[in-house]
Design a protein around this ligand. Structure first.
Ligand SMILES: *[C@@H]1O[C@H](CO)[C@@H](O)[C@H](O)[C@H]1NC(C)=O
Ligand SMILES: *[C@@H]1O[C@H](CO)[C@@H](O)[C@H](O)[C@H]1NC(C)=O
Ligand SMILES: *[C@@H]1O[C@H](CO)[C@@H](O)[C@H](O)[C@H]1NC(C)=O
Length: 407
């Protein structure tokens, strides 16, 4: 009895101190419990290293995000145009395009100290070289039959369907043989080519599916199919467009409310295409009833600023993380917020890092984090964004890659 009580006391102490205990000359190892976090995870930048530009110098690429497929990084980008050989001019616009970058043997991104001259590469600066086929029509994420296919630019030239991915592919499964299944939700934006105004302010959302069996040839791309051109209808929350995290059996999908706020849905990760399996987070609990796009009860406070960014789960910190741009902002100021669960509570976003900007009308945007580039022992994060310059300064989009190490 006495001994049991002593053991209980020792166990309690050992859980608190996470050390083996001794009892009656025997060492007893206590299976450690996950320590309750006394305060929220709040990473701060210890140092920032501007590593390289991510580029295929033959292409000017806007707004890239990335995911890991096989032993490469798969990049999905928005507007892409091809360099006119031996000039700094770029012609013919593709609404989206994709490419691959490699890892080094030690698992870090394969940055090279120089590369061919072109977009983001003057021949002397470091580059993370994108490989893959030249973009072709139809675009990688094909436009719907009602979206002025195949380019998205309508015949009279006054309007355009953009086919712009806001978030990189969400990996839902990696099979035994390495075959990757991924999904992306893309807003069906229809814009005026002159004013850039959205002609459908609350657009529907296309769900795309990708499958890819890893192989050495970088000219082989994932096979992509349109699951549903209006997976979410017009005036519905575009769950998945604002970001996503897969953890455990669930995919957590974030979407923007109108006029403002971030909403959250979840679905078993093996049922992404089955709308009946979705649940929606409303006033602190999960429901089967999809909230209206203007329902403030669907807002998850501080789950991102509503500016563009990336959600991920940090195994190392045992925390959900969002890193992205303030809203509204046109600067490479990366804000961070964290939460113990996808539903929150999320901390108030705070500034993590400010990077160099372009000098154009939109100096910096499409701020992205690349958590899959981290090795187990890397305590930090890789970040990229799009730098946009006045045409007289620089004619291509530039995508700097920076590594932030955490305190
Ligand atoms: C990115 O490219 C531009 C244009 O070539 C160059 O001025 C800049 O130094 C590059 N940045 C990095 C981080 O390599
Ligand atoms: C990457 O994967 C391919 C095919 O799975 C393999 O042939 C290649 O050697 C791998 N490369 C590295 C650097 O591991
Ligand atoms: C939300 O939108 C619906 C449909 O447009 C409208 O009837 C309703 O009044 C709106 N609710 C709020 C709170 O704005």
């Amino acid at each position: 009895m006495q001994a049991n009580r002593l053991l209980a006391a020792l166990l309690a102490t050992s859980v608190a101190h996470a050390a083996p205990i001794e009892f009656d000359d025997d060492k007893i190892f206590v299976v450690s419990q996950k320590p309750a976090l006394a305060s929220p995870y709040k990473p701060q930048a210890k140092s920032a290293t501007l590593l390289a530009n991510v580029t295929d110098p033959d292409l000017s690429r806007d707004s890239c995000g990335s995911a890991k497929m096989g032993n490469r990084t798969f990049w999905t980008c928005r507007d892409t145009s091809i360099r006119i050989p031996d000039t700094d001019q770029y012609g013919f616009l593709f609404a989206n395009s994709v490419g691959w970058t490699d890892y080094r043997e030690d698992g870090a991104p394969a940055i090279q100290t120089s590369g061919p001259v072109g977009a983001g590469s003057d021949g002397t600066n470091s580059v993370l070289l994108m490989k893959g086929p030249r973009p072709t029509l139809p675009t990688f994420y094909p436009l719907g039959s009602d979206m002025c296919p195949k380019s998205g630019i309508c015949a009279d030239g006054t309007t355009r369907w953009t086919g712009w991915p806001d978030s990189p592919p969400m990996i839902s499964d990696t099979a035994q043989d390495g075959t990757v299944t991924a999904y992306t939700w893309v807003s069906n934006n229809h814009i005026s080519t002159t004013t850039l105004e959205l002609l459908t302010p609350q657009p529907s959302t296309t769900l795309y599916k990708m499958t890819y069996a890893p192989e050495t040839d970088p000219d082989v791309l994932p096979a992509v199919t349109t699951v549903d051109g209006a997976f979410w209808g017009e005036h519905e929350i575009g769950y998945g467009t604002y970001g996503n995290v897969v953890r455990g059996e669930y995919a957590y999908l974030y979407g923007l409310l109108r006029p403002g706020g971030v909403a959250l849905a979840r679905v078993p990760v093996d049922s992404i295409e089955d709308k009946s399996k979705y649940e929606y987070y409303m006033s602190g609990s999960w429901t089967k009833i999809k909230p209206a796009i203007n329902d403030t009860a669907a807002a998850v406070p501080n789950a991102g600023t509503t500016g563009q960014g990336t959600f991920y789960y940090s195994q190392r910190a045992q925390s959900y993380v969002w890193i992205g741009q303030a809203s509204p902002s046109i600067w490479a100021d990366f804000y961070v917020t964290t939460a113990p669960s996808a539903e929150g509570p999320w901390t108030a976003p705070y500034l993590l890092y400010s990077g160099p900007n372009g000098d154009g009308d939109l100096p910096s945007y499409s701020l992205q984090a690349h958590p899959h580039m981290l090795r187990e022992y890397d305590d930090g994060i890789y970040l990229t964004w799009t730098q946009y310059f006045k045409p007289s300064t620089y004619t291509a989009y530039v995508t700097p890659l920076v590594y932030i190490s955490f305190v």
